[in-house]
Write a protein that binds this ligand. Structure first.
Ligand code: ADE
Length: 338
């Protein structure tokens, strides 16, 4: 199985860009994080220093990258974007860091996929702006130390537990966990996005799409766009509740927002492994999907809904999951439903 993390489709990338809030006041939800960031930014501005290093973590599609761009806009600085897997060699990181201008932000996505050697170069760079590298090999190798311009690192990860603790401790500006959004916030995001896309959406279609968007803005925006397509082809271009429902059915999204992969995962745990416990590797092989995709996309949502539990012995389906698939739960689980 390849180690590549779930990829975003090209279409989703450009969509994210067009719908991404440009200023903090446009960013809906995650109030506590926004309030913390505003203080961090204001304090840095007053001291005329770069913002301190910040780490965002949480499930995909909740706005980690968007927040990084908002910080850069707010302090009116350049943001350089890279990712853990893109920095393969020490030289890659050295070249990125030495090319930063004073005050720049370096955004590192998928930070859990940075290799250990690179992490070790990052520690002194983050702590005292010192780039310590070895040039050459064997007896002629020389250690050199370069002073870097003042800069900030903003890192994002879906898998905080995979970050080494020395790296985690370098984020002096704070480590912020993005949570799933409230349904009302997803509704606001859908209405805002519809305006930007110039599509009319009937009032009762908004909660319907919101309900099935896994409490995730990226998913909500993707569904909105698919509903718009459907309304253009099968209707008059206005997203009615009925057309939205049909568009979601076509995408095989059920009333709880589960897609076919989520249902396959539940079906495997329940019907092939008697409700679990069963290991992630076994589930992934059974549904023929990458482990990363299941762990980063399906599981967080299934757990949020209370359909799946992680135990030390493996994943277990809950009584609610049985009920959702229309399968009679075993006696022990049945009791939990009463
Ligand atoms: N689009 C995607 N995420 C958003 C958010 N949090 N607020 C407003 N628009 C968004």
């Amino acid at each position: 199985m390849s180690s590549t993390a779930p990829k975003k489709r090209e279409e989703d990338k450009s969509l994210d860009l067009a719908l991404r809030p440009n200023v903090f006041s446009e960013y809906i939800g995650q109030e506590t994080i926004k309030n913390n960031l505003k203080i961090l930014i204001e304090a840095a501005k007053r001291r005329k220093e770069p913002v301190e290093h910040v780490l965002f973590y949480g499930p995909a599609g909740l706005g980690k990258t968007t927040l990084a761009h908002l910080i850069a806009k707010e302090i009116n600085t350049q943001i350089r974007v890279t990712s853990g897997p893109a920095i393969e060699k020490v030289g890659d990181l050295a070249s990125i860091l030495t090319n930063l201008s004073p005050g720049d932000i370096l955004f590192i996505d998928e930070a859990h996929r940075l290799n250990k050697l690179i992490e070790e170069i990052l520690y002194p760079a983050m702590e005292n702006r010192s780039l310590d590298i070895i040039i050459g090999k064997g007896p002629s190798a020389r250690a050199i130390q370069l002073e870097l311009p003042p800069f900030s690192i903003i890192a994002a990860t879906t898998r905080i537990a995979l970050l080494s603790s020395p790296l985690r401790s370098r984020f002096s500006g704070g480590t912020f966990r993005l949570d799933f959004y409230k349904k009302e916030d997803i509704e606001k995001i859908i209405s805002r996005s519809a305006k930007i896309l110039g599509v009319l959406i009937e009032k009762d279609a908004v909660p319907l799409i919101a309900e099935r968007s896994r409490f995730t803005p990226r998913t909500a925006n993707r569904f909105l766009k698919r509903a718009r397509d459907y309304a253009e082809v099968h209707g008059k271009g206005i997203i009615t509740k009925d057309l939205a429902q049909k568009a979601l059915e076509l995408m095989e999204i059920d009333d709880k927002g589960l897609d076919s992969l989520d249902r396959k995962v539940l079906d495997t745990v329940i019907n092939k492994f008697n409700g679990g416990p069963v290991g992630l590797t076994t589930i992934a092989a059974s549904v023929r999907e990458e482990e990363d995709t299941i762990e980063e996309i399906s599981e967080p949502y299934l757990m949020q809904l209370g359909f799946l539990e992680r135990t030390p012995r493996g994943r277990c389906a809950t009584a609610r999951a049985y009920e959702h698939l229309g399968v009679k739960p075993p006696k022990t689980e049945q009791q939990k439903l009463i």
